[in-house]
Ligand binder design. Sequence first.
Ligand code: PLP
Length: 370
Amino acid sequence: MDFDQFEHLNFRLPGPTPLPPSVRAAMDRPAIHHRGPLLKSTMRSILARLKEIHRTEQDVLVWPGSGSAGWEIAITNLLCPGDHVVVTVCGDFGERFATVAGKLGLVVHRVEKPWGEAVLPSELRGVLECVPECQAVLITHNETSTGVTNPLPELAAVARDFGALTIVDAVSSAGALPLEVDAWDLDFVISGSQKAWMCPPGLVICAIGKRAWPAYDASTYPRFFWDIASARKSAAEGMTPTTPPLQMLFALDAALDLMIDEGIDALWARHRALGEYARGRVRDLELDLLADAAYASDSLTAIRVPDGLSARAIIDAMVANYRVMLQAGQGAMTDQALRVGHMGWVIEDDLVEAFDALGATLERPEFQFR
Ligand SMILES: *Cc1c(COP(=O)(O)O)cnc(C)c1O
């Protein structure tokens, strides 16, 4: 198997994202006693730095799992079957969040926007006015399928006006885009290790606000592995209820060192600059963003594929000729969108190369259409 082909690729997927050398090296640490002092001190330090990056004084907990597990953790710990929830849907991930909520027995009301648009606070308010029994608003902060960042602080403020909990999918925003769990008064914020956290897939990270605990006490869902109270109890000892995923925690430990060294404001500023650079290049190439420019994401850029061309063919040509790998769209837009990831371990030079390669590829005879 030729894994080496990925070693020198400019890997521009919006997750999984490239692994910094120090993160890869950390995974080479030996197995350690999973209940010993070294694990406890490592775990405590990881949780403290996760709180700092989430800008919260409250709990942050981790489990082995992918980002999607976070949807289930939030729902089964904070809600009851039959509860009414409002879900913001403006792309594939919002769609999945709504699907999970429905499968778990919630009554789902949607604030729906066409792909590429953001969900606006006035639109959420309109739906909440019709759903007085709403217990929680389920918000996708950064819609990775379309490259749209929803106005989270304003949406959370509307949810609060109606006394609903705010459950946030921040899988492709946490660690890249401004996210203030305490200042924005968010109740549950989910992310996954393979996006801006610069780690392999395998950890789900949840920031849990103070209103989550009375909701937990009232929740009637059966649960075991994802029980937030048992995870919190263990975390207070620097432990996890079951065997911790040691190598993944070592990876996160190393990634957090990089993030804290850079500084949280600097990290956010780097991503903002990367987003602006990417959008500038899209304009220069006379291509169209999939996202409404006013809400375009700084962690990835989604581009409409010109009519008559295929995202898959462009991606294959870029890999073969320029060793740059972009990602296609999602769902119904799979072949109509190109997504350029710029979250995590990435600098402007990586985007210079990626957009140069995209421009040169579109000039090739097989893509001459205009
Ligand atoms: C990647 C992603 C997920 C799901 O993550 P998995 O790790 O594949 O389960 C959920 N929401 C958003 C916004 C994402 O970008």
